[in-house]
Design a protein around this ligand. Structure first.
Ligand code: BDR
Ligand code: CA
Length: 314
């Protein structure tokens, strides 16, 4: 039986790749996409989620629209210099034909977890606001979820949205602190590993040979995103953020884990930093907090190959 997942997403170029990776993996059943602000505003994230499902020919999968602002303040704004103003590399996509459900992302998550206890993995690859709102709406979702596997955070690596914080966490640190503190198994696939998953120009070129609608879309959306990476990092190509979380769900043996409680910085320069309790002594802010699976190393080459193989066969 395929494993059920809900992808909470802010599409986003790498979100797009992660969604297609999951849709094309026979081991997974995507039961819904929930949208969130981050790379773009929530309204556009919702539109993009619908567009991506249309490109994939999977309009049977529902989309629920998420929060438009963080738990404690307004969304700080999208990042067109990374993902394009449309979140899809500025490629002038038509509007989607479909519409989102008339329930919120948080309600959708609660309903699905209630209906399928023990069966659904949450895969948030954007800011964690919807997941925190779902926890507030129905705290028993911690008992009903299978696992939470998120892309976000930086345990030992520097941040990317600031020297301290990774973008998804920095967009709503209060929500992230709630999610890391809840009584469920969270796995953090953060910058410690995603910056070691290198998709080279050769890997990217191969997508153009697949000859399917999803790989063709990936080829169209990647150039803008790739330019950003090549202007910031020394390597050519891109590093693989959101798809790394999907890869963990498919094959955790790709990763090396450490288990630490995590607190999230919410103040000043450290806002958005995920702090693991790495020392021997657990200090009060970390006391009683659950152990998070923190990915600290990865077989990046195998991961990139696995994703390409899945899309090649689509
Ligand atoms: C994360 O931030 C977003 O820009 C990406 O989609 C990814 O989820 C990487 O820090
Ligand atoms: Ca994302």
């Amino acid at each position: 039986m395929p494993r059920k997942i809900i992808i909470d997403t802010d599409p986003g170029v790498d979100d797009t790749m992660a969604i297609f990776f999951a849709l094309c993996s026979p081991e997974l059943e995507v039961v819904g996409l929930t949208s969130i602000f981050g790379n773009v505003h929530t309204e556009l994230a919702t539109k993009n989620a619908l567009r991506l499902l249309e490109i994939a020919g999977r309009t049977d999968i529902p989309v629920a629209a998420g929060a438009v602002d963080a738990l404690t303040g307004p969304f700080e704004g999208p990042v067109p210099f990374v993902h394009g103003a449309d979140g899809q590399g500025d490629i002038d996509l038509p509007d989607p034909a479909g519409q989102a459900l008339d329930i919120s992302a948080a309600q959708f998550i609660v309903e699905q977890l209630r209906a399928h206890p023990g069966q659904i993995t949450l895969a948030p690859v954007g800011p964690l606001t919807n997941i925190a709102l779902a926890l507030r709406l129905e705290p028993r979702i911690t008992e009903w979820v299978d696992e939470v596997v998120l892309m976000g955070g930086n345990a030992l690596a520097p941040g990317n949205a600031s020297p301290a914080g990774e973008a998804n966490i920095r967009n709503d640190p209060e929500a992230a602190d709630l999610v890391f503190g809840a009584d469920w198994q969270v796995t953090m696939v953060g910058l410690d590993v995603t910056l070691r998953v290198h998709m080279t120009p050769e890997h990217i070129a191969e997508y153009a040979t697949h000859g399917n609608a999803m790989s063709d879309h990936i080829v169209k959306v990647l150039p803008h995103y790739r330019n950003y990476f090549e202007s910031v990092y020394e390597a050519k190509g891109i590093f693989v953020h959101d798809s790394s979380a999907i890869a963990y769900i498919l094959d955790p043996t790709l990763f090396t884990l450490r288990r630490w409680p995590i607190r999230v910085g919410t103040q000043g320069l450290g806002r958005g930093k995920t702090w693991p309790a790495t020392g021997g002594r657990i200090l009060p802010p970390w006391e009683g907090r659950p152990l998070v699976n923190v990915c600290v190393d990865v077989d990046g080459e195998r991961l990139v190959e696995m994703e390409a193989e899945v899309l090649r066969k689509a």
